[in-house]
Design a protein around this ligand. Structure first.
Ligand SMILES: [Zn+2]
Length: 285
């Protein structure tokens, strides 16, 4: 099984779906660094960020070949790279489960759980903030939009409290479903947030309910549906009059893969993820 997943991703690499091989996969922590780097840059155009997260998408189910999909669109301007969850195999002390709370916490903080505190279903350390909280503290307006309530109830509980106490511009929005999540992304774009970070949950839910597999249409169709919604959000951003004076970083990524009806281990099916972005300079050093 492990070998199959690896050969799947290498076959996709040869077809040009990914800009790197599985052996060259980037740590998922690269996303936080890219957000920070983009918002720290200069220029005359206003810098903004949209991260459209798709929970639990196996790398070999990455919708990068989908026409009218967000991943293919932003990769056509930049790149689509294999990445990995679950800690750095070269630093065994960083290894963590390939699960949702650990994955997004590493993506958002740029650190593995050994540093950010999210090694299990635990709350993020107060002294290891997300890139969004750090930017909000610098005066930027950020929003974090999710469907799965435990993100806010457990992992980011203390961050929400800190943002409230510090009276900074950091909105935490719990959407009732993925369509509402999409609508909130549009709303926060129009309100003028500097950084918008949204996480679709249904992709992971379908994996648990029906199987994480490239051969399971219930799972892959949901991934495609949400990837098309990500493109709609990007099209909306680009259609606004202000867009000519803006410099957007777009990212579509996932927190972990899966096998059978679950995910947690260090197998390539669970561990390999992807990061698509219109700005390859933040990922290819
Ligand atoms: Zn997940």
């Amino acid at each position: 099984m492990g070998t199959d997943a690896l050969s799947n991703t290498d076959a996709l690499y040869r077809r040009g779906i990914f800009g790197n091989t599985a052996a060259e996969a980037l740590p998922q922590t690269a996303v936080a660094d890219a957000i920070t780097a983009h918002m720290s840059g200069g220029g005359t155009r206003r810098r903004r960020v949209l991260v459209y997260g798709l929970d639990g998408v196996r790398a070999d189910c990455c919708p990068a070949a989908l026409q009218d999909g967000g991943t293919a669109y932003i990769a056509s301007m930049g790149t689509n790279l294999l990445s990995y969850a679950g800690g750095d195999p070269k630093q065994p002390e960083t290894l963590q489960k390939t699960c949702t709370w650990q994955g997004w916490a590493s993506i958002l903080t740029g650190k593995w759980g050994i540093e950010n505190g999210v090694v299990e279903f635990t709350t993020l350390r107060r002294d290891c903030p997300t890139a969004l909280l750090k930017l909000a503290r610098l005066g930027m307006q950020c929003s974090f939009i999710v469907v799965w309530p435990d993100h806010f109830g457990v992992t980011y509980k203390d961050e929400i409290e800190m943002a409230s106490t510090e009276k900074i511009n950091f909105s935490h929005i719990l959407a009732p479903d993925e369509d509402a999540l999409y609508s909130y992304v549009i709303e926060r774009t129009d309100v003028g947030d500097d950084v918008i970070f949204a996480i679709v949950d249904s992709t992971d839910h379908l994996g648990h309910a029906t199987g994480f597999s490239p051969d399971n249409p219930a799972y892959t169709k949901e991934i495609e549906k949400r990837d098309m919604q990500a493109l709609q959000a990007i099209r909306h951003i680009e259609s606004r009059r202000e867009f000519a004076n803006e410099d957007w970083l777009f990212i579509i990524t996932t927190d972990h893969g899966g096998h059978d009806m679950t995910h947690f281990d260090q197998s390539p099916e669970d561990k390999l993820t992807f990061i698509a972005s219109n700005k390859k300079e933040y990922f290819l050093k």
